[in-house]
Ligand binder design. Structure first.
Ligand SMILES: Cc1cc2nc3c(=O)[nH]c(=O)nc-3n(C[C@H](O)[C@H](O)[C@H](O)COP(=O)(O)O)c2cc1C
Length: 209
C-alpha cells in the first residue's frame, strides 16, 4: 500500500481540522434545506431553515432535521407535535435566508420575510403559499444527539411523519414529479455557499440486475 501522508489532509475532529474553515459541511453537501414552519401554543407563526435535514424513511414517510440548541422551531414542535416542511427554491432563496434571522419567539418570520401563510389541511402550522411543495408533518420522535460514550451534544434530531403533501401541478410532468423544475436550492459549505438543481445536471443510472 502506498503512503497516503502527502495525498491526504487527515485530521481527528476532536483535535481540530487545521484548516481556515471546518470542511465538514462542505464535504457532506450540498444538503437539502428543511424550511420548517411551526406554530407556538399561543398561535405565533414561525419559519426557519435547517440544512441538517433529510428524508429518513419511505413508508411511513419520515423526514427530520437537527436543531443545534433548543430553537423556537423545536420548542414549538415539542409543545404542539406539528410542523410543515416547505421546498426552498431559487426564487425564494432570499426570503428563506431572511427567515433565519435570530429574532425573539414572538416575531412571525412569515411577516419578516414577506411570505404568505397558507392554511394546512391536517396540521395547525400553515404552509408557505409561495413554495411549490409542502409536506405537513406530525412529530414522531425528538432524539437528543449523543457523541461517543454517550457524551451529550447541544443538538436534537426532530423527526416527523408526513401526513399530507401538496405539489404545485406545474411540477408534475405526465404525473411524474420533476425535481429540477422546482429549482430546489441546497446548502453548501462556506458561510454563503448555495447550489441549485437544474435539468442539465441530471444523469441516469440503473441498479445492477
Ligand atoms: C440555509 C440555512 C441552514 C441552517 N441549518 C441549520 C441547522 O441545520 N440546524 C440549526 O440548528 N440551525 C440551522 N440554521 C440556523 C437557523 O435557521 C437559525 O438559528 C434560526 O434563527 C432558527 O430559527 P427558530 O429559532 O425560529 O427555529 C440554518 C440557517 C440557514 C440560513
Amino acid at each position: 500500500m502506498s503512503d497516503s501522508t502527502d495525498r491526504f489532509h487527515s485530521y481527528v475532529p476532536r483535535e481540530g481540522h487545521g484548516l481556515p474553515h471546518d470542511p465538514f459541511n462542505a464535504i457532506i453537501g450540498p444538503r437539502p434545506i428543511g424550511w420548517i414552519s411551526s406554530r407556538s401554543p399561543d398561535g405565533v407563526l414561525n419559519l426557519a431553515p435547517y440544512s441538517f435535514f433529510t428524508a429518513f424513511n419511505y413508508v411511513p414517510p419520515l423526514i427530520g432535521f437537527s436543531s443545534l440548541g433548543r430553537k423556537d422551531t423545536m420548542r414549538n414542535i415539542e409543545a404542539t407535535g406539528e410542523f410543515v416542511w416547505n421546498l426552498a427554491t431559487r426564487p425564494l432563496a432570499e426570503a428563506m435566508n431572511q427567515s433565519c434571522a435570530v429574532v425573539p419567539p414572538e416575531v412571525d418570520e412569515f411577516q419578516l420575510a414577506k411570505l404568505t401563510p397558507l392554511a394546512s389541511q391536517v396540521v395547525a402550522p400553515p404552509r408557505v403559499a409561495q413554495s411549490p411543495v409542502s409536506m405537513e408533518c406530525k412529530c414522531t420522535q425528538i432524539l437528543p444527539l449523543l457523541g461517543l460514550d454517550g457524551t451529550p451534544s447541544p443538538s436534537h434530531l426532530v423527526l416527523g411523519e408526513v401526513v399530507a403533501v401538496h405539489i404545485d401541478r406545474s411540477l408534475l410532468k405526465d404525473g411524474i414529479y420533476d425535481t429540477a423544475a422546482g429549482q430546489p436550492i441546497l446548502r453548501g459549505g462556506g458561510p454563503g455557499d448555495y447550489f441549485f438543481i437544474e435539468a442539465a445536471q441530471r444523469f441516469r443510472m440503473f441498479r445492477p440486475e
